[in-house]
Design a protein around this ligand. Structure first.
Ligand code: 5GP
Length: 191
């Protein structure tokens, strides 16, 4: 695979579809040299989440200052509850300088904005097995209030309707299988 084949890869899917698990495995096993773009967010860290690893956790005013300075490739308020998420241009640039494929784990609207600037980005939508499974997974995770859970399920329904706008749709029935499928997709894109 030649370095100039390096691409931006976007993975979207409803909250609770298992994206983070799949992404962590991909980073560990994918033969394509991947670098995860760490997004900035104004939401509070969950237990175990570390600044600069899972997200850059920033205050709302700091986020807006960075937005005004044009530091984001895209950014938006994701669940209509005042919390912002954004892809930093610096994260993408660093990966590209290193000759890596830059992996963005972002929502559907964010993905569409990135495509306007980077039309050859590879887009992958990760489906949960079903909406029921998604609800079970989010409930088991225990990180959301009942209000936040309901909002995430609403957004999930809407997002799943947008899946067809993606080049590839992958079902996260088991993590191993989904990861293998994505590795295959990326290898083919690099040929
Ligand atoms: P969570 O709060 O569960 O970590 O993430 C919530 C949602 O925000 C997920 O659907 C995730 O893909 C999305 N997200 C995370 N980072 C970004 C980002 O930088 N930009 C956009 N547009 N969405 C993001």
């Amino acid at each position: 695979m030649n370095a100039s084949a390096a691409k931006v890869v976007i993975i979207s899917g409803p909250s609770g579809a298992g994206k983070s698990t799949v992404v962590a495995r991909l980073l560990a096993v994918c033969p394509v040299p991947l670098r995860l773009s760490v997004s900035a967010t104004t939401r509070a860290p969950r237990p175990g989440e570390r600044d600069g690893v899972h997200y850059y956790f920033v205050a709302r005013d700091e986020f807006q200052r960075r937005r005004q300075r044009g530091e984001f490739l895209e950014c938006k308020e994701v669940f209509g509850c005042g919390d912002w998420y954004g892809t930093l241009r610096s994260e993408v640039a660093t990966g590209q300088t290193e000759g890596k494929w830059v992996l963005l784990e972002i929502d559907v609207e964010g993905a569409m904005s990135v495509l306007e600037e980077i039309p050859d980005a590879v887009t992958i939508f990760l489906h949960p097995g079903s909406l029921e499974e998604l609800a079970q997974r989010l409930t088991r995770r225990g990180t959301e209030s009942s209000q936040s859970l309901a909002r995430r399920l609403d957004v999930a329904r809407t997002e799943m309707e947008c899946a067809r706008a993606y080049q590839y749709e992958v079902i996260n029935d088991t993590v191993d299988r989904a990861v293998q499928e994505i590795c295959g997709i990326l290898q083919r894109c690099g040929e």
